[in-house]
Design a protein around this ligand. Structure first.
Ligand code: IPE
Ligand code: IPE
Ligand code: MG
Length: 244
């Protein structure tokens, strides 16, 4: 019999892909897919909170997504502000703490302001930490991290000998979080698209054919159950990680 490890994931990351195709399959403009996607976010947050997952990180907008048509980018920014504004009371009720990663300074001012106030308002909540990756990419995070290292060197806070994985991790946007145990990408593509390049080193990957607006709590529960039947070896042998 296959051995199961009923270990709950602490951190789930999701590449929410497929909004545009979901809308186009219905003869609608892509923006309707993004709108429907906000409902799926709500379902994912609820399912994670119920399953006692501590961290949920959602890829909402990549640095490369700025290259989309201006009308789509504007619609997405508008949707973000509205969704945030509408969701804060629910986040408070469910004890969800909001967080954001990425080059936030690239976002329109209204969006930055809405985020800043929602993050401050939810900062004392003690449940799920919900992180939204916005104007985020793994390589851009690396560039920003390298600049922080440069600053530390320039003011003699560190020397070459201090540079280690723990130190570099402290310069990442995700410094306060454990690495993701699970990465889910919806929409059927099997790629990372510049998401959490440092943090995904040993993450279990799940690529689902379902378009993001159709994502339900059951999809999340099914992934968690498959995760629990996988053996994570972190480079060791099977015998080392499950002594018989
Ligand atoms: C993901 O859905 C949302 C964002 C990238 C903002 P897409 O908009 O990429 O949808 P598809 O992949 O074109 O269907
Ligand atoms: C990845 O989706 C980014 C987000 C979901 C925010 P994309 O649709 O931008 O990725 P590619 O272009 O298919 O790789
Ligand atoms: Mg896409």
């Amino acid at each position: 019999m296959e051995e199961t490890h009923n270990i709950m994931p602490r951190h789930i990351a999701i590449i929410m892909d497929g909004n545009g195709r979901w809308a186009q399959q219905r003869g609608l403009e892509r923006v309707y897919g993004h709108q429907a996607g906000t409902e799926a976010v709500r379902r994912a947050v609820e399912a994670c909170a119920k399953a006692n997952v501590q961290y949920l990180t959602l890829y909402a907008f990549s640095t490369e997504n700025w290259n989309r048509p201006k009308s789509e980018v504007d619609a997405l920014m508008h949707l973000l502000v509205k969704a945030l504004h509408d969701e804060v009371p629910k986040l408070m009720k469910n004890q969800v703490r909001l967080n954001a990663i990425g080059a936030m300074e690239d976002l329109p001012q209204a969006c930055q302001d809405e985020f800043r106030s929602a993050i401050a308002e939810t900062s004392r909540n003690t449940g799920l930490t919900l992180t939204i990756a916005l104007s985020y990419s793994g390589r851009n995070e690396w560039v920003r991290a390298a600049k922080k290292v440069f600053d530390d060197v320039a003011c003699h806070k560190v020397t070459k000998d201090d540079i280690c994985e723990t130190y570099l991790n402290s310069k990442m946007d995700t410094a306060q979080m454990p690495d993701p145990d699970i990465l889910i990408r919806t929409g059927g593509e099997c790629r990372i698209s510049n998401f959490l390049l440092w943090q995904l080193a040993y993450t279990e990957l799940f690529f689902l054919p379902v378009m993001w607006p159709d994502f339900k709590g059951d999809h999340l529960r099914e992934v968690i159950s498959q995760f629990q039947s996988r053996e994570r070896r972190f480079g060791k042998t099977s015998e080392q990680v499950t002594p018989r």
